[in-house]
Design a protein around this ligand. Structure first.
Ligand code: HEM
Ligand code: HEM
Length: 175
């Protein structure tokens, strides 16, 4: 096996698109909360996109176990670092959306959504003291840092090592 299965490739790139959308939507939501203008729709869209990331990550593990993965590129310290970054990325892909669910359970946002009443949503400083909100926000920064490292690694393989690593995560089959 020299490439990831097609469904692993699709989930990998779809996750990238959904993460960009969830990040943008989450940031807009936080801005509207600061202005005490958050809407139920704003919450629902962010939760739907972020929740899809969680679901896709669960499917991804099922696909990974069933389809297998290509052999590691090598055993150098850089290869081990890349593997460590993959583990951390997977961890954040689970814990970040889960922390979002905990925000709903531990703040006024959950009851507001259940009652479908926008006036009950947290207003400016409404998330003060909500620990899961702090974690959620920090995990987004951790995710960005990990993705930057990950992409730098891919660029090194593509333009310096020129070893065809990118083809492993592409739909076009080599054979
Ligand atoms: C991996 C997917 C996700 C990403 C990238 C993401 C990203 C973000 C970002 C950037 C913020 C703004 C944080 C701030 O600056 O205060 C945010 C806020 C929030 N997110 Fe997520 N999120 C994700 C998944 C979820 C899920 C699944 C839920 C709920 C089930 C959720 C619930 C919330 C809530 C309640 C807030 C607070 C909104 C506010 O501050 O007004 N998120 N998210
Ligand atoms: C432009 C952005 C990206 C590029 C160019 C890229 C490229 C790649 C490549 C080439 C691989 C295969 C590595 C190998 O075979 O050793 C890979 C694997 C992986 N990527 Fe990305 N990636 C990107 C974005 C992301 C994002 C946003 C995430 C998740 C947050 C992510 C998570 C992963 C994980 C977890 C693996 C390991 C797959 C496994 O073995 O199960 N990638 N990526």
């Amino acid at each position: 096996m020299t490439q990831y299965s097609k469904r692993m490739v699709i989930v990998h790139w779809l996750t990238l698109v959904l993460l960009i959308a969830a990040w943008y939507l989450g940031d807009s939501l936080a801005d509207s909360t600061d202005e005490s203008k958050a809407t139920l729709a704003g919450y629902i869209v962010h939760i739907a996109v972020g929740g899809t990331v969680l679901l896709l990550t669960a499917f991804r593990f099922y696909f990974r176990n069933n389809d297998g993965v290509p052999k590691p590129m090598g055993v150098s310290p850089m290869d081990k670092l890349a593997k460590g970054v993959h583990y951390l990325l997977y961890t954040v892909l689970f814990v970040l959306p889960l922390s979002g669910i905990v925000i709903l359970l531990t703040s006024k946002a959950g009851p507001a959504l259940l009652a479908f009443d926008a006036t009950m949503l947290p207003k400016e400083h409404g998330y003060r003291g909500v620990f899961a909100h702090e974690i959620h926000e920090q995990l987004v920064n951790v995710l960005i840092a990990l993705v930057v490292l990950h992409v730098l690694g891919a660029i090194k393989h593509q333009f310096i090592d020129k070893d065809g690593l990118m083809e492993r995560m592409m739909l076009r089959r080599k054979d």
